[in-house]
Design a protein around this ligand. Structure first.
Ligand SMILES: [Zn+2]
Length: 494
């Protein structure tokens, strides 16, 4: 279920976290009352939202007019990105040639992008770069004006509830611990780097999972036709696609970055051909970088506990102590549960989804694969599993007395002793002529059916029963081979 990460050190760190998380869950599940007898079993939290096999995260840098073209291209293919903007509103006239600062015209399109599942991240206010990025330069450049000011600009200009993600202008200053601490103190939960542009080192960091240091976070590869050293471009679509294929096969995170001013647009250009290759897959989670990093924290910090079932078949609390404004994403929980159950979160019935593309991080729904159910919910809720129709199937359990008139006009008495386990019914049926085990018993909502094979005089006769459970009464139709059906009514009794 958990695939290998690209780096040895990553693997070790991720492995420890996963083991710790699962140990906690198993202990709390097994110790809870009713956990062993419930038809619903909690299996675990899934590594990615909606139990996706792999993840695609995209980031784009700089406030140029090409951001609009880039968002249009992404939306054509269903790719979701973190859009890093420098938020300076009114550059001095002598700076207006500096094309990274054209955010003024972008805000309406950025607000639309947020509604469409993208994220706006901060790229400072004035995009400060310094070559070399000395400690003196960085401590002077990373002012409140740049770090918290740009954050507040985004909050003021858009409907986004929080600014999760920072991007170091020119990739500078990312290696300084004191700068990382400043970014963290401003409330960002992840900061993306861009190492060694001049040396071509930014092209393929080849990170295929979450970075162990979220404040100097790398990505998988660059997709753009320029960027520093002349040899550093990657616009060969076959090479780009092959890297995605490798990450997808490993079940990893494919996190690629671009500068919109260094792309070719249109279906024949390398950028959109690559987007077409990686897009619209039912088993991939398309998500911006901030919510992706938030998911890891939600995964690690969320606890699931079984409660006593009460009226429902099973109940679980899903809780963490995270700030819901920052960690506003859903988490996916895997259960084993019989078919035909309704699932409620805080009393609201969750919609069932087919296996389709996952491209939002705050929704609630469930998805079934065989007897496994993947429930995607916001934390700090109570989940209830119940049979969706009004007569609960378990009501069929117990002793029932029935009488009927056979075709010869004789009245017969029968006693049913039924056991129900999920949607399966077993037990016995007894009359003056002896007792027989029932087989193929099923209950679905208030519908019940079972079969009894009677043996006598060398013959084997199959009798089928079908009907409905209505509170204290069960109406059944008995069919013996090809003969006319016989109606019978059973009442609860002992
Ligand atoms: Zn930049």
């Amino acid at each position: 279920m958990y695939t290998l990460c690209a780096r040895e050190d990553e693997l070790k760190i991720r492995g420890n976290i996963l083991i710790a998380a699962f140990t906690g869950v198993l202990v709390s599940g097994a110790g809870a009352p009713g956990a062993d007898t419930s038809p619903v079993r909690f299996i675990g939290k899934t590594k990615y939202l909606n139990n996706a096999r792999a993840v695609v995260a995209h980031t784009i840098d700089d406030s140029t007019k090409y951001v609009t073209n880039c968002i249009d291209a992404m939306d054509k293919h269903g790719i979701k990105a973190t859009i890093f903007v420098s938020t300076e509103q009114d550059p001095a006239p002598e700076d207006r040639f500096f094309t990274q600062l054209q955010v003024w015209n972008l805000w309406p399109r950025l607000r639309q992008a947020i509604d469409n599942g993208h994220e706006i991240g901060s790229h400072a206010r004035t995009h400060p770069c310094g070559r070399p990025d000395t400690e003196a330069f960085c401590s002077a450049a990373y002012t409140d004006y740049e770090v918290t000011g740009s954050r507040d600009d985004i909050l003021r200009r858009t409907q986004q509830p929080y600014v999760w993600t920072w991007c170091y202008p020119c990739g500078h200053c990312a290696n300084y611990d004191f700068i990382q601490k400043e970014i963290a103190a401003a409330g960002y939960i992840v900061a993306r780097n861009y190492p060694g542009e001049a040396q071509g080192r930014h092209i393929r960091p080849d990170l295929q999972s979450w970075d162990s240091n979220p404040y100097n976070a790398a990505y998988t590869q660059v997709v753009q036709k320029r960027g520093g050293a002349a040899k550093s471009e990657i616009i060969d679509v076959a090479i780009l696609d092959a890297k995605f294929d490798e990450v997808y096969q490993r079940g990893g995170i494919y996190n690629f970055m671009s500068h919109p001013q260094w792309l070719d647009y249109g279906p024949e250009g390398f950028y959109e051909r690559h987007l077409a290759h990686i897009s619209r897959r039912g088993d991939v989670w398309y998500v911006p970088m901030g919510p992706l990093y938030a998911y890891r924290t939600i995964f690690e910090r969320t606890e699931v506990r079984a409660l006593s079932p009460a009226a429902a078949k099973a109940r679980f609390t899903v809780s963490n102590d995270l700030d819901p404004k920052i960690y506003d994403g859903s988490i996916t929980l895997e259960f084993r549960a019989p078919a035909g159950m309704a699932i409620l979160s805080s009393g609201r019935k969750l919609a069932e989804r087919a296996n389709e593309m996952t491209d939002r991080w705050t929704q609630e729904y469930f998805r079934r694969e065989g007897d496994h159910v993947y429930v995607t919910v916001q934390s700090n809720t109570t989940l209830e599993f119940l049979f969706s129709v009004k007569a609960p199937a378990a009501d069929a359990a117990g002793v029932w007395k029935a009488s009927y008139t056979n075709p010869d006009g004789q009245t017969r008495e029968t006693t049913l002793n039924l056991k129900v386990d999920g949607d399966k019914v077993s037990g016995t049926i007894a009359s003056q002529r002896g007792s027989a085990a029932i087989s193929d018993g099923q209950v679905s909502g208030d519908d019940i059916s079972f079969t009894v094979v009677r043996r006598g005089n060398g013959d084997e006769i199959q009798v089928t029963y079908k009907g409905k459970v209505e509170g204290e009464t069960m109406k059944l139709t008995m069919q013996i081979d090809g003969r006319d059906p016989i109606q019978m009514t059973a009442k609860r009794g002992s």
